[in-house]
Design a protein around this ligand. Sequence first.
Ligand code: UDP
Ligand code: MG
Length: 309
Amino acid sequence: MVSLIIPSYNEEENIKITADTLTKIMDETGEDYELLFVNDGSKDGTYEKIREVSSENPHAKGISFSRNFGKEAAIFAGLSAASGDAAVVLDCDLQHPPTLIPDMLKLWHEGYEVVEGVKSSRGKEGIFHKAAAGLFYDIMSKLIKIDMRATSDYKLMDRKVVDVLLNLTERNTFFRALTFWVGFKTTKLEYEVQERMHGTTKWSFTSLLKYAINNATSFSTLPLQIVTFLGTISIIGSVILAVQTLIKYFRKDAAPGFPTVILLILLIGGFIMLSLGIIGHYIARIYEEVKGRPRYIVSETTDNLKGAF
Ligand code: UDP
Ligand code: MG
């Protein structure tokens, strides 16, 4: 049995088409399957659509959150409800071409435990979005030492991998990088990002920025070390300047020197605030993890999924 996990947020126009497309493709593979739609606190009729589809199609199941918890949470809820020997995560807008699933399954049967969907092109996106995403992935790749450029959330995982992921205790997850982190026998499959069927992207600039910062700090403590580095540099700089100032003072040719003072105050003040900000961010993350709140709250599920939560 294969579980297809589909995080859905305000996707009412897409549920039916996605379910039909996936059903058609999965029926052809001859594999037993379930379609797990996770309604991530949508404000439109997404969950009603999911319920409708699930009453006609026994393969389709639905989980609904009490509010919007984000795509990561939706993916993890899907993983924990999945009863398949493998799970495939894909978007509800069919931007992750489902025609790739049979190939993924083939690789899985050949013994691969993770099949990464890799974008061969990023599809149609605004210039700004493309540049920001490019920058984000470059920085992330350097920070976490994994080549993130072409990765996506579209992937197949064996049961073993799913269980490992579900046993991670951290709350703030970065699914895309976690599958690299856990290891296992991995292979890649390239795909072209399709155009979104209906509706618009669910990411705003601020949500993307938050996503970028959270993921960078959840996978790397390098920013904290940068703080130490900046501090060291500025201390060395100030020692040199202090010596120079003292020499000038004893030679009795102390210059008016105000510009230096002001520049130094600004520079050091800037470093300190930047450093405090970075440290504050990590403390906030620690605080969130320590509280140990659940990743998501399920408010209801379809009848064929009763007892999963
Ligand atoms: N999504 C979600 N919760 C959110 C935002 C998005 O479950 O808070 C889902 C969304 O319904 C879609 C997938 O995540 O299935 C990818 O979202 P979107 O297509 O908006 O992102 P993009 O393709 O533009 O990166
Ligand atoms: Mg999309």
